[in-house]
Design a protein around this ligand. Sequence first.
Ligand code: XIL
Length: 328
Amino acid sequence: MGQALRALAEHQGFQIGACANARMLSADPAYAAALGREFNSLTPENALKFGVLSPAPGVYDFTDADAVVAFAERHAMAIRGHVLVWHMQLPRWLAQAKPDRAELTATLVEHIGAVVGRYAGRISAWDVVNEAVAPDGRPRNSLWRRVIGPDYVRIAFEAARRADPQARLFYNDFGLEASAAHADAADALVARLRNEAPLDGVGLQMHLRVDNGRWLDLLQARMGRLAAMGLQVDVTELDVRVPAAPEPSAADLKQQAETYGKIVRLCLELPQCSSLTVWGVTDKYSWVPHFFPGEGAALLLDNKYAIKQAYNAVASELRRKTAGQEIA
Ligand code: XIL
């Protein structure tokens, strides 16, 4: 077997990451071992979400988040914070309180101050706002937008910058490779934010379904456009799901590996893309089968932690780039 992915990535100052599940980190030693061995960056999968952190107004339980952050630090991994403002996984008490604009703005600013402030200097990048645009290109109908208005996005970025001036601040979204309506609206939002808020980059989630990859050219153009705006463009939640019942087919797994390889290559070729995170360590605990019934096997290690073709495709892109740099 060759070198672990993180060793290949470190040769060129690249971050290869995975999302980390706090429960599995303590429950499954093989999970913790694979995460620490293969990746030099992690994103807590759920532990930093508002609804997970805060059981009651002004009350926070950082137990899981602290455990994930401590794991990353013990293994010399970068940490990406996910997520400060989203329309999902919000505390139940928040909507129930029926806050007015001033109250919800205060809650937003206090929440960001509490969470970003706690990890200031340790979490190097934050997904400040997630999915503010709907797939049809319209603004996302969220509690934040309904009560505060479109300004909530700028307010959130400013609060994050105040709480940790060093952290790089991202707008994160999905589907930007697929739908022109979604991508154009996200571009417009980002272009505006860049002028009025402390925005450092865009995170492309990239929850993909295996297909012919014809959109890859489009994706490359979009990444280039964002980079040309002076923004960092990282891949933040990559997975490539395949039909998985009863078993994934050999052809799909091969195509999946090609897709992984091409995306890693796109990222490595763009100087503004220096971090690529896969949304899970092993197919065993991936979110995909729960959210996309009948699909799965979307990650680099299978449900027995065996290396898949997709893993080898990522490794060989990282190796190619390293070899290229050595020649240069
Ligand atoms: C998912 C987690 O993986 C699940 O465990 C959880 O139940 C729901 O959220 N886009 C995002 C992530 O930004 O936060 C989501 O993570 C996947 C889609």
